[in-house]
Ligand binder design. Sequence first.
Ligand code: ADP
Ligand code: MG
Length: 600
Amino acid sequence: MPIRLLPETVASRIAAGEVVERPASVVKELVENSLDAGSTRVHVETRDGGTRLIRVRDNGNGIPAAEVALAFRRHATSKLESADDLEHIATLGFRGEALASIAAVSRTTCITRHIEEAVGTRLHLKGGEIAGQSSVGRPPGTELIIEDLFYNVPARRKFLRTERTERRHIDGFITRYAVAYPETAFAVVHDGREILATPGNGDARAALLSVYGTDLGAALLEIPPELTEEQPIRVSGFVGPTTVHRANRGYITLFINGRWIEDLRLTYAIIQAYHTLLPKDRYPVAFVMVDLPADEVDVNVHPTKSEVRFRDGDAVFRAVQRATRATVIGEAPVTTTWTPPRADDDDAARRARLAALQPSQGHIRFDDTHVGREAVPPAASASDVGREAVPPAASASDVGREAVPPSPAHLPPLRVVGQLAAMFIIAEGPDGLYLIDQHAAHERVLYERLLSQAIQGQVPRQPLLEPAVVSLPADEAGQLGELLPTLAELGIDVEDFGPGTFLVRALPAPLQHIAPADLLADIAGAAEETSPVRRELEAQVVRTICKRAAVKAGQILAPEEQDRLIKDLERTENPRTCPHGRPTIVQISTEALARQFGRG
Ligand code: ADP
Ligand code: MG
């Protein structure tokens, strides 16, 4: 084929792909435009995960009638005049690409009225081509209606994930902007259901509460503004106390000059600020906003504007890290009525116990099964530990045994010798020494039991004495809402109890000791990588639950509890790995030991 210039329709569709990857990218661009237009109210509505409809309505400045059509041309913007302006961008948009790109891959209607004009305009476009324009009456502001996204790009349509995933991306975006722009009232409605409404009263904490729910929203500590007031790099926002942590980095949000960005280095600065303060493999919750002179940062790095470059990255890194650390360390003792959930107490206790164990690391005693028992610090917590270690309801675990058909013994019969470092169980088998990771082993036991009970529809559920009310961040609440039927099959009775709030009525008998708030947060958090296949989804949820429910490293187990755990493990289908695929057992043969002693 000879070289030739692409027709405009083809070129624009290619270019659109860079900006509009999925429905959430449309929402992002439209909401950014609304904020740039000085709106104090932004209303977002979607249908079918945004593929059928995205409607963003604002009360901003509006677009003058003479410029509406122009706004949909590529590289048409009111936010830049010269190349120099690129050096100090103060608006969220500046590339003049979004409206053109969105219109190219959808049916778009724009209804707008500029504040200084008496009449509004209605413009309709199909695949980027203007299909009609008329005058309309409406209050100042803009409404953009995007229908049938990607109707003319079947390839892109095919790559869209489930509606739930698309909604989650949309919610993830809006919830963050709602916190960063507390003077703007945001509302989100999916398929006719309102999932978020912030007051827009300028109070960031109020926005935080509507977004993250009362538990998490109240727990976060505000970075004191006076920390960086005098500095060129100002850091503000909220960071979690050390009792609040999550399994992944997804709860770390960064804003630079009012723009949500992804930045690995700054994320790391925040994680590092919690160094030694959080349990291993846990991540903080943080909402950190950095403001610095516009010419110190280059936002023109990527079409989606989600990455930036700093003139002095090290200075920003230090500023973020210091402000975070100072806030966490200076943690005000009582900021709210919020009380940490129980499992977090366990984590703290566990850290203390592990710390106590550390000095003796070099030579650990384990030969006497009673040593472990005596090592328990205070009697009261020890009995709690014991109860947690093995499900309290003996009857429940008996039910479990009956429900699980006896499986071929993949492990030889083991004789428990004792516990090591409050983490491993030492056992003897016919062919040598077995070291069993108590947490991994218990995870495996719970996992197989719960899953097989669920498959047979026989999970022994136990009503809570008092139903627990749990509130979750809006985006997570959306995810959890979709999982309720699956949870019911697993013996977790949860009811939708109003926006972002759930009522937990019953838990499976073996999980009685878990704080419902932790359980739901874990499940919603893990839904990130959920499978559309229902059984697989169930297994994923069960894996998450078991991780939380299983006896932890650092828990001292009574000899009977050690025995029971090993017996239970022997009965599982796959005793040698935990549900996440890590080994449960390390085996050392008698010969290998003999060789070590020079006997071989
Ligand atoms: P950019 O935001 O980079 O300028 P867009 O394609 O997103 O480019 O928008 C083009 C122009 O349309 C903007 O510069 C602005 O003047 C106008 N515009 C878009 N959305 C709105 C809105 N919600 N309110 C007022 N003006 C808007
Ligand atoms: Mg824009």
